[in-house]
Design a protein around this ligand. Structure first.
Ligand SMILES: *[C@@H]1O[C@H](CO)[C@@H](O)[C@H](O)[C@H]1NC(C)=O
Ligand SMILES: *[C@@H]1O[C@H](CO)[C@@H](O)[C@H](O)[C@H]1NC(C)=O
Ligand SMILES: *[C@@H]1O[C@H](CO)[C@@H](O)[C@H](O)[C@H]1NC(C)=O
Ligand SMILES: *[C@@H]1O[C@H](CO)[C@@H](O)[C@H](O)[C@H]1NC(C)=O
Ligand SMILES: *[C@@H]1O[C@H](CO)[C@@H](O)[C@H](O)[C@H]1NC(C)=O
Length: 899
């Protein structure tokens, strides 16, 4: 049952040699025990399987595990003669089976890995092809459980790193862990405290077409790896972010050094020194940089080191164990040598910059070539050509940075943003778009640093292009920030996850609930926002035989754009699949980039257009007109605009709205002389041209011009809109609070998942009201408290009192007694337009369910609140007790909720 070959120990020795970490330490775990002959923890190679069961696209976060009806897989004993009902099984049921894993080479080169256990799962008895012919790709997804074990043969407990590639959920000795490492990032292994003896590990396998493919037999391979940490505090070399050295100068001052606390004590990082030069932390200087046991945090800082001709830099971290926030042991240090890459200024080069969430991110920047035609033009400001990468692609890879070599002399700043991660955080949406904006904003700083004398930059003019997920990101930016877009070229892109892999197999539920979940994805359904693209040149390109993203996506959008009274050029390449060398520089695309770079945005203004928004929180203006509030948050709002030019400087605006409560005017090429909204004439003031000024629909249904924004704190601000996902638009690192030992484990999990999936930084802190007010960014509260729980300082839409959970409706509170619910998750306001996401459970099981809905994967659904019932564990969304949205005053939006 257990197997580890000697070859693996040899690999470990080789791996260690490459890691060259040095330092003094009071409390390292000690020399490698594998080498000294101590036994290693082992993973079993024989696994028991129970499945398959149906699951919908991205549904797993809602529970929806049929075995929960039987008490949950961890409590079900192997019994070869027992069967369980399953809509996928022959005769309507499934029985236990077994599989054997394969040992593969360890991937963690810096710790003493013991090799990876690779486990493949398939269910050939199911007629997947027939199911697919009826239900499409959704039929190639399923869930199943597998059971194996981990053995600590030694006689002492130890902390080990557990990597969980392609896994979303697992249980160790019955304790649930959500998050895993679905995309195999390997950024944040789970650090488990392994007592001597045998431990059961149960894995919930969730097959996902977007992440694992849709062609052929739908098998699933998950990988488990155990490694013994070398030190209690480690610098994660593979995730260190340093800028390139460009002509002898660091291209920016921002560096990120991720630190992992693999020990059992809290650790305080006291300082980071680079090449003997001290550094300045970027975020939140007032608090110490604390790492909870098991936590990884990126230490983001700036250095004053400009010129640098060395081939590497030495980074030294000084840290100390901190058992409470105040007592500290003698500091230790750990050092690492980071190689530097040298580039010349016209090459694609790594540019680092601060992401609004308090971390450092990077993009690859290719400044305009010396021989670009515009480099001779005085005061020319070139646009930015954004090239968004596909899923799983590194921005700093040859595939990406050389994808535009064929247009090397283009008159544009070419920027390959990373979106922070290889899945661009959340598919280029809230987290990923913030990164694109931050990368763009970093260009002027780069120009100043290098005394750049070539063409200038117009940071408001973007030619957006991208492949696959980046093609989808291109649609996202075009549909949400049309005023920034000069032209757009989505290549092999999909339109939205529901359009990509249908949501067919979600657990049966009242269609009204499903509709609310679906409507929370509306802002990512670029099909619905097609009218925002009017006036902007678009070139769509798609391979006709693309078997990854069907050409249907491109054809459909090209039709929808035509129905929005606009046109895109659609180039369908016969005999071409999803990707091929040169896909981003076909003759049509080259010509498009060149002609777009010469465009003038002002010349593109329309006198008749529609502005559409499904979420004002992530949607900017179109021709200066922005939807700032919707009447019903679950529905798309729109404004039809007709502009009549009176004379050269003045014009008249006629607006007709649907489901809109507030509009902002930001800028216009003409001054306004008149404005009529839904038939109501308003007086407009030309002198306020540069500001955004509001037009608001009163409670009487009539529009009025408002002299100032209503900034009363009780009113929900735009940035707070958009369900749970809105917390990803944080300005400053996250704070995750806990109350006791149980909530602490959940806080660790949330922080680990944020780092794993978004490379985000979180401070884990014990709950108190000052932790909330002093937090720089958004806060996630984990709670089991039944008392007047959380003093958020602002009107909370949900309160927990002695007699149950109270949900604020327009004129009364809806009360849910504790015995009728299991938990809740909801957004709530904090001061300075920040947000709290409250994750609350009646008990530990309820807290576990609620914590699955903290944003992690796209496509899950992101309403403003969910009140959970125990049955959600097996019924998924059918088991919610209440779900929906809050209105502008943080009360239940009656028509957009199910209570
Ligand atoms: C195994 O399952 C069968 C069929 O449900 C049942 O009759 C039997 O008692 C079970 N055995 C054990 C050891 O639980
Ligand atoms: C399905 O039912 C048939 C008839 O009862 C039986 O012969 C067959 O063995 C069953 N197959 C499975 C996989 O349970
Ligand atoms: C730590 O010290 C600060 C001020 O020195 C004090 O306010 C705080 O209560 C202390 N915290 C603990 C956990 O001892
Ligand atoms: C600019 O130089 C590159 C090689 O460095 C060359 O491929 C390109 O044709 C040149 N373009 C112009 C406009 O001269
Ligand atoms: C399409 O736009 C043109 C020009 O803006 C306009 O004249 C025409 O009426 C529009 N057609 C429809 C169906 O709205």
């Amino acid at each position: 049952m257990f197997g580890v070959s000697h070859a693996i120990v040899w690999l470990v020795l080789l791996a260690l040699y490459q890691c060259e970490i040095t330092g003094t330490s009071q409390w390292t775990v000690g020399p490698l025990q594998t080498i000294t002959g101590l036994p290693s923890p082992l993973i079993s190679d024989t696994w028991q399987i129970l499945g398959p069961f149906q699951i919908g696209t991205r549904e797993a976060a809602w529970g929806s595990d049929p075995l929960e009806y039987h008490g949950g897989f961890p409590s079900i004993k192997y019994n070869a003669s027992e069967s369980f009902k399953s809509a996928l099984g022959l005769n309507g049921s499934v029985t236990w089976s077994e599989t054997t894993g394969i040992w593969m080479e360890s991937m963690d080169k810096c710790n003493s890995g013991y090799g990876q256990m690779s486990l493949s799962l398939s269910f050939p008895e199911v007629n997947w092809d027939f199911l697919q012919s009826v239900y499409g790709w959704s039929a190639k997804q399923y869930q199943a459980w597998m059971r194996g074990s981990i053995l600590n043969e030694g006689d002492t407990s130890e902390n080990v790193l557990l990597y969980t590639d392609q896994i979303l959920e697992y249980a160790i000795d019955g304790t649930r862990h959500w998050g895993g490492d679905f995309y195999s990032y390997r950024r944040a292994p789970h650090i488990i405290h392994l007592r001597p003896g045998l431990h059961t590990i149960d894995i919930r396998v969730v097959r996902d077409v977007r992440a694992m493919g849709g062609t052929g037999e739908p098998s699933t391979t998950v990988r488990l790896e155990l490694a013994r940490p070398r030190r209690s505090l480690e610098i994660i070399k593979s995730s260190v972010l340093v800028p390139d050295v460009v002509d002898g100068v660091l291209s920016s001052p921002y560096i990120s050094i991720p630190l992992r606390n693999a020990g059992s004590d809290w650790v305080r990082a006291e300082s980071v020194d680079v090449a003997g030069v001290s550094t300045h932390r970027l975020d939140d200087l007032s608090s110490s940089f604390l790492l909870a046991p098991g936590q990884t945090r990126p230490f983001a800082f700036e250095i004053d080191l400009e010129g640098y001709h060395q081939s590497s830099i030495e980074v030294t971290v000084t840290y100390a164990a901190a058992n409470t926030a105040n007592t500290t042991t003698i500091p230790s240090t750990t050092s690492i040598n980071i190689p530097l890459r040298h580039r010349s200024r016209h090459d694609a080069q790594k540019l680092t910059y601060p992401h609004p969430s308090g971390i450092v991110s990077y993009a690859m920047l290719r400044p305009p070539a010396a021989n670009a035609s515009c480099s001779k033009i005085q005061d020319f400001r070139a646009p930015i050509l954004l090239a968004l990468h596909g899923a799983g692609v590194d921005a700093d890879s040859d595939q990406q940075t050389h994808s535009l070599d064929a247009v090397v002399d283009l008159c544009a700043w070419v920027l390959f943003p990373s979106g922070v991660t290889t899945w661009s955080g959340d598919d280029w949406h809230n987290w990923g778009f913030a990164d694109v904006q931050a990368a763009v904003d970093a260009i002027p700083g780069w120009m100043a640093r290098f005394d750049w004398i070539g063409p200038g930059v117009d940071v408001q003019s973007w030619i957006v292009s991208g492949h696959s997920n980046g093609g989808q990101g291109t649609w996202y930016i075009l549909a949400h920030h049309p005023d920034k877009v000069l032209a757009a070229a989505p290549v092999s892109g999909y339109l939205s996850i529901p359009q990509y892999v249908p949501y067919q197999f979600w657990h049966q539920a009242d269609p009204v609930i499903l509709a609310l979940v679906q409507s929370s994805l509306s802002s990512y359904r670029h099909q619905l926002l097609a009218p925002n693209s009017r006036g902007i040149p678009i070139l769509q390109q798609h391979g006709r035989i693309d078997d990854n993203v069907p050409a249907y996506h491109a054809r459909l959008m090209s039709q929808l754009i035509a129905e929005a009274n606009w046109s895109s050029t659609y180039v369908e390449l016969p005999d071409r699949n999803h990707w091929f060398d040169g896909v981003m520089t076909t003759p049509a695309l080259q010509e498009f980039y060149r002609s777009s770079a010469a465009l003038e945005k002002r010349a593109m203004a329309l006198d008749m257009f529609r502005v559409v928004s499904a979420n004002p929180g992530d949607t900017g203006p179109k021709q200066g007109i922005r939807i700032r509030r919707l009447e019903e948050p679950s529905r798309v709002g729109l404004v039809d605009v007709v502009v009549e030019q009176i004379d050269a400087d003045t014009c008249f605006f006629e607006l007709k709205t649907r489901n809109v409560r507030e509009i902002g005017f930001q800028y216009y090429d003409c001054g306004i002389v008149g404005l009529r909204v839904d038939g109501k004439e308003l007086v407009a003031d030309i002198s306020r041209e540069s500001l955004e000024w509001p037009v608001v629909k009163g409670n009487d249904g009539l529009w009025m011009e408002s002299l100032v924004w209503d900034t009363s704190t009780s009113l929900r601000s735009t940035i707070q809109m958009g369900g749970f996902d809105a917390i990803l638009r944080t300005k400053g690192r996250f704070t995750v609070t806990y109350e006791d030992a149980i909530t602490f484990v959940k806080a660790q999990q949330i922080a680990r998942n944020f780092y794993q999936y978004f490379a985000a930084d979180s401070l884990i802190a014990e709950y108190d009201s000052s932790a909330l007010s002093s937090a720089p960014g958004n806060v996630i509260l984990t709670s089991l408290t039944r008392e007047p729980l959380i003093d958020i300082g602002e009107p909370s839409p949900i309160t927990i009192r002695d007699d149950g959970l109270h949900l604020r409706r327009a004129n009364w509170d809806e009360r849910f007694p504790f015995e009728e619910i299991s938990g809740a998750i909801f957004v709530s306001p904090l001061d300075n337009h920040r947000l709290a996401l409250v994750v609350w459970g009646v008990d530990e099981a309820g807290l576990t369910s609620a914590s699955r809905l903290v944003p992690l994967l796209t496509g899950v659904g992101s309403p403003d609140f969910v009140v959970l019932d125990k049955s959600m564990a097996w019924q998924g969304v059918a088991g919610v007790r209440a779900i929906g949205y809050f209105d502008d005053e943080w009360r239940v939006a009656e028509r957009s909720s199910y209570v």
